[in-house]
Every structure is written in C-alpha cells, then in structure tokens.
Design a protein around this ligand. Structure first.
Ligand SMILES: Cc1cc2nc3c(=O)[nH]c(=O)nc-3n(C[C@H](O)[C@H](O)[C@H](O)COP(=O)(O)OP(=O)(O)OC[C@H]3O[C@@H](n4cnc5c(N)ncnc54)[C@H](O)[C@@H]3O)c2cc1C
Length: 471
C-alpha cells in the first residue's frame, strides 16, 4: 500500500483524502486546528441552533476566524479589510454557507484552466457535497419579472428531516472503508526535499511541542490560499521570476444590503425562500450577471419583525488578479496557525476601475424593487476580504513557460511528488464562490496522483523548472 500525506483537513483536503483513500492508498491528514466535530462524521452545521443567518452562527463564525494583518500601498481601503483564515480543524469549511455554483470563464486563461483542471471533477464533487438547487422551484411569474433568475446551487445534506450544509467531516464520511489517519493539532512547518523530491514533512504537535516527521510517496498541500504558500516559503521555495509564490493574491469585492420584503416582488421572493422546518442551509436565488460580470444572489435571513421577512443581497465583483498584491512572511518565525507568520500587502485595486461604483449602484436599484433597507443595512461595499474567497497565490500554469507555481496536475513545478490543491491554484478572475471549483480541482489532482507514476514509485520525469533543486 502506498502512503500519501495531506496537509489541511478543510473541505478541499477532505475531498482529496476521500478520493485517494478510496483508491487504496494509506492517507494521513494533518491539521493544525483543534477538533470541533460534534461527533464522528458529524458537522457543526447540523446543530439546529446554527441555522443560516442566526446570530449564534455569526458569533461562532467570528470566533473560528483569525484576522491576517494587512498593509495597503496607495489603494484606498475605505473601511479597512477583513482577510481571515479558519482556525478550527476543518478551516473555513466549518462555517461556510454552502454556495456551490460552477465557476464562469471570463478569460481565455480561465477557460483553459477550468476545462483542464476543474471541470472533469465537477460531477464527482457534486456527489460528494450533495449539490442541489437550494429552493424547490422558482415561480414562473418571478422568472418573468427577473430575467435570468434561478435557484441558487448549494451543498445540502439530508439526515431524516434535517437539511444542513456539509463540512469536512461529512465529506470524510464518504471515505468509510478507506485507510485514513487524521491527526488534529499538528502544525506542518516545512518539507525536507532534495533534487525535486520531498523526503519528509516536519510538523509540530501543537499541544506537546514535540516535532514529528511524516514520510510518504506523495505530499499534498491543502492549507488554504494564505497558509499553503506559507508552507512552501518555509520549505525554502521563495518567490522569484516565473515562480510567484504568494503573489497574485485576489479576492472579490463584495457589496450588500438587507431589505424588508414589502413590494409584491419582494413578498413573492420571500415566500419562495421560506425555510422548511429543520433546515439550517442557506436558501437563495441567483440573478443573471450584473455590471462587469458581477455575481448577484439573494438569500433569506431571520427578520427582527415577524410580519416583514428580510432578504439579504450579496453582489460579488469579479476579482482582478495582480502580481503586486501579495503575501509577505516573517522569516524564521512560526505563527500560531501557519508555518511562517503571513501578512498581506495590497498594492493594486482588486476590481476594475468603475466596477465598484457600478456594483453598488446596481445593488441599490435592484434592491429598491423588493422593499426598503433595514436600518444600518443600506447598500454599501463591505471591507475588502469580507467575501472570504482568497485565491491565486500558488497559481496554476498550463505550460512550463507560464508565470506559475503549479502545473495542470496541481504539482509544484520542479517537484515529482509535491502537490497543491485549493483556491490558491485559481489563476483567473472570477466573481463566483470558489470552494466548489477548489474541491472539483482537488478531485482532478487526486485522480492524477492515483493514476500517475508517483504512487507506483517510478521516478518522475525531469522537472520543467529548477525549483526544488534548492533543498
Ligand atoms: C463565513 C464563510 C462563508 C463562506 N461561504 C462560502 C460559500 O457559500 N461558498 C464558497 O464557495 N465558499 C464559501 N466560503 C469560503 C470557503 O469556506 C473556503 O473557500 C473553503 O472552505 C476553503 O477550503 P480549504 O479546504 O481550501 O481551506 P480551509 O477550509 O481554510 O482549510 C484549511 C485547513 O488547513 C489547516 N492548515 C493550515 N495550515 C496548516 C499547517 N501548516 N499545518 C497543518 N494544518 C494546516 C487548517 O487548520 C484548516 O483546517 C465561506 C467562508 C466563510 C468564512
């Protein structure tokens, strides 16, 4: 039996682990976070008190996130920024909302990446997450009033009368029968590598402070778009020309408003989004694309007035990747949650000029057709990072000469047995939530690991760039 070590037991690491273990390999999952599962194979979203939009869920979300320090050079950040990482074992996947739309392809690079690295994994990812329409039907009358409207696609698990958003523990439940060893409270600190091959991973037991070494045939980094690059830099793989570790940091600017459903259109939508008893999932509709390709969704949230249902509008601008937006790492200092302490430097706008004004204007106009804004919730841009959709920091290239850190298989360029999965690989602008594409991409990489020579222990072809000879 072959061995694979995966760093990170969020949604993406769990999906890769499930697939690889299912193929007969022995998988060790290492996660620096503390365990929050309410029972084996159970996820905190199953708790009926944590239904979507509830105050207790928002508090739990804030408690499970850790803010990352940010500097902005010449980019005005009107209300600060809120980039964060998930610190429980399961990461952001413990508190995500489950929106699982397929990514759009606004550029040639995006289309190439999606076709080769993501789309082959979508169907399997849908099965793993139970992706389905979040509302049973969208009224014909609504479709006439809102051209392009449709039910939002969401990850939904059902257990008896309960419908909930699955988390990593639920994904891992698919791996029953596979050989999985899950180690919580282990912070991966660096890879020991030579001539483009990782020999072992070093980790710290967060509780006892003991150093542990993990050997395997293949190593997969699934530690989110901030901590995955941190681990590469801690392993001696610094950013350089053509190998931009931690550069191209991107997120979607996000605008929002909360509206009491008062008009006939508002009431119709509120009725369509009403939650059945025992449902903790988010229920929503998606409108057709907004200005500059914005992704526009409307969800129902609990109202402070029983007679007036409340609708939450989220308008996501297309993220604009730029190499000047990057992660910086404090050398030699192991952070509480990552291999090196990360900081974010934003030097270029994250959306096209004019796109943000158009986003807020469109949001205001559309929302006013549904009713009036809740106090304190007039249409506005949220602080940068609020979307929690960081991507691009270990971007994929589809040919060796591209400015990229990973190749089409998710392999770190220059290495035979080191892979990256997750949104850090997304090289393209996007307006849609990235977790689903990240999971689909992780499954594609998992299959390539299973099928490739890595697990057959045949020496890999010589690398396309010199990275990895560093060690
Ligand atoms: C409130 C909220 C709502 C969201 N809603 C949506 C949504 O509806 N749709 C959507 O697409 N996206 C959503 N997102 C984003 C989504 O949750 C993330 O894109 C997704 O969970 C990322 O999964 P991941 O496995 O790559 O990373 P994470 O979930 O962050 O998991 C990474 C794991 O790696 C571990 N780790 C990190 N570094 C190390 C290390 N050095 N050693 C060991 N372990 C390590 C961490 O402990 C963590 O468990 C939301 C996020 C938040 C916060």
């Amino acid at each position: 039996m072959k061995d694979v070590v995966i760093v990170g037991c969020g949604l993406v690491g769990a999906a890769a682990a499930t697939c690889i273990a299912g193929a007969g390999a022995r998988v060790t999952l290492i996660d620096s976070g503390f365990s929050t599962a309410i029972g084996p194979g159970r996820h905190i979203s199953q708790d009926p008190r944590l239904h979507f939009g509830s105050e207790i869920r928002s508090r739990l979300t804030r408690g499970l996130l850790h803010q990352i320090e940010l500097t902005a050079n010449s980019v005005p950040l009107a209300r600060g920024a809120e980039f964060a990482i998930g610190i429980g074992a399961g990461g952001a996947g413990l508190v995500w909302s489950g929106v699982t739309e397929r990514l759009d392809s606004p550029t040639t690079l995006a289309r190439l990446f999606l076709q080769s690295c993501v789309e082959p994994g979508y169907d399997e990812a849908e099965g793993l997450l139970g992706v389905t329409d979040s509302v049973e039907y969208v009224d014909d009358a609504l479709a006439t009033q809102l051209p392009g409207v449709r039910a939002l696609r969401c990850a939904i698990w059902r257990e008896g009368p309960t419908a909930y958003t699955p988390g990593p523990a639920d994904v891992l439940a698919h791996a029953r029968g596979g050989c999985l060893d899950i180690r919580h409270g282990r912070l991966a600190t660096s890879f020991v590598h030579k001539s483009g091959k990782v020999a072992r991973l070093t980790a710290v037991n967060v509780r006892t402070k003991e150093i542990e070494n993990y050997r395997a045939d293949a190593f997969v980094i699934a530690a989110d778009a901030i901590r995955s690059p941190s681990l590469l830099v801690a392993s001696g793989l610094e950013p350089e020309q053509g190998f931009p570790v931690g550069h191209w940091f991107t997120d979607h600017p996000l605008a929002t408003t909360h509206v009491y459903a008062e008009t006939s259109l508002g009431r119709k939508v509120a009725e369509c989004l009403q939650k059945p008893e025992g449902t903790t999932i988010c229920r929503g509709i998606a409108l057709g694309p907004g200005p500059h390709g914005a992704f526009r969704i409307i969800l129902s949230v609990p109202s402070d007035d029983v007679n007036r249902p409340l609708l939450a509008f989220y308008w996501y601008a297309v993220g604009n990747p730029n190499p000047a937006n990057r992660l910086l790492f404090d050398r030699g200092e192991i952070g509480d949650f990552s291999a090196l302490r990360p900081r974010i430097e934003i030097a270029a706008p994250m959306a096209e000029a004019g796109a943000l004004d158009a986003l807020v204007k469109d949001l205001g106009e559309v929302a006013s057709e549904f009713g009036s804004a809740q106090r304190g919730w007039k249409p506005r841009l949220l602080p940068l990072g609020s979307a929690m959709h960081a991507y691009g920091t270990l971007r994929a290239g589809l040919s060796p000469d591209q400015n990229a850190v990973t190749d089409a298989d998710g392999r770190v360029r220059g290495f035979s047995n080191l892979f990256v999965v997750g949104s850090s690989r997304l090289p393209a602008p996007s307006a849609v939530n990235p977790a689903f594409a990240s999971i689909a991409g992780a499954l594609v990489t998992a299959h390539r690991i299973i099928d490739s020579s890595v697990l057959a222990s045949v020496p890999s072809p010589k690398s396309d760039v010199q990275k990895g000879q560093l060690g």
